[in-house]
Design a protein around this ligand. Structure first.
Ligand code: 5RP
Length: 221
């Protein structure tokens, strides 16, 4: 079994009857969603909140009962992937462009479990370009302001077209190399006019489940 599948499926052990569950986005969360669907077919009684259009579509195809965030006071557990995880369990997310919904759902959750393969574990965040979601108006100005933070900032494109998020915003990928103080950087970026949200998830994660290519899983808390 592949590392992402190992990690993604293991997290489903923490999903219990009656829970409201946040469903992450990406190729690792995919395995979580598949496993949850299997358990729902076997009688698991949950309602789920997807973090992207892609995940919503998958959950609907698999007949996982969904509920909107507007209808619930809190989410019991969210299981999501990440692009980088450091030793303090701080994250870079948004490689798939779903960082805003992912962060809203994670913030509303009592517990956040992150599922990754070993390659995502790093000593310091920042090798993976930090995704930042920005509004269309004044996008060039926002990009220049991000570059002032000493990163290489690039407007994300997909098949030559500028990438638009599920919220109809742009994403800027910011190559920092090494992020010394993630919390501080997150605050600075989020205080910038035009920025919707940064892909830094600081002090939000309760548990990280890491799969490796030997078929083993380790749990970090
Ligand atoms: C999407 C995300 C994903 O969770 C992240 O990109 C990891 O994806 P994958 O599990 O496919 O490597 O943040 O916005």
């Amino acid at each position: 079994m592949k590392a992402k599948q190992m990690a993604g499926e293991r997290a489903v052990e923490y999903v219990k009857d009656g829970m409201i569950v946040g469903l992450g986005t990406g190729s690792t969360a995919y395995w979580t969603i598949q496993k949850i669907a299997q358990k729902v077919k076997e009688g698991l009684d949950i309602r789920a909140i997807p973090t992207s259009r892609e995940t919503k579509k998958l959950a609907e195809e698999l007949d996982i009962p969904l509920v909107s965030l507007a209808e619930v006071k809190h989410i019991d557990l969210t299981i999501d992937g990440a692009d980088e995880v450091n030793r303090d369990l701080n994250l870079i997310k948004g490689g798939g462009g779903a960082l805003v919904r992912e962060k809203i759902v994670a913030f509303a959750s009592k517990k956040l479990i992150i599922v990754v393969d070993q390659s995502k574990m790093v000593d310091a965040l920042g090798t993976f370009p930090l995704p930042v979601e920005i509004v269309h108006f004044g996008a060039n100005q926002t990009l220049f302001n991000l570059e002032k933070l000493k990163c290489q900032a690039k407007l994300r494109r997909e098949d030559e077209e500028i990438f638009n998020s599920d919220n109809d915003n742009y994403i800027v990928d910011c190559q920092f190399g090494q992020i010394e103080a993630p919390e501080q950087l997150n605050t600075i970026i989020n205080n910038m006019p035009g920025v919707v949200e940064s892909g830094l998830f600081v002090e939000m994660t309760d548990m990280v489940i890491v799969g490796n290519n030997q078929g083993e899983v380790s749990i970090l808390k």
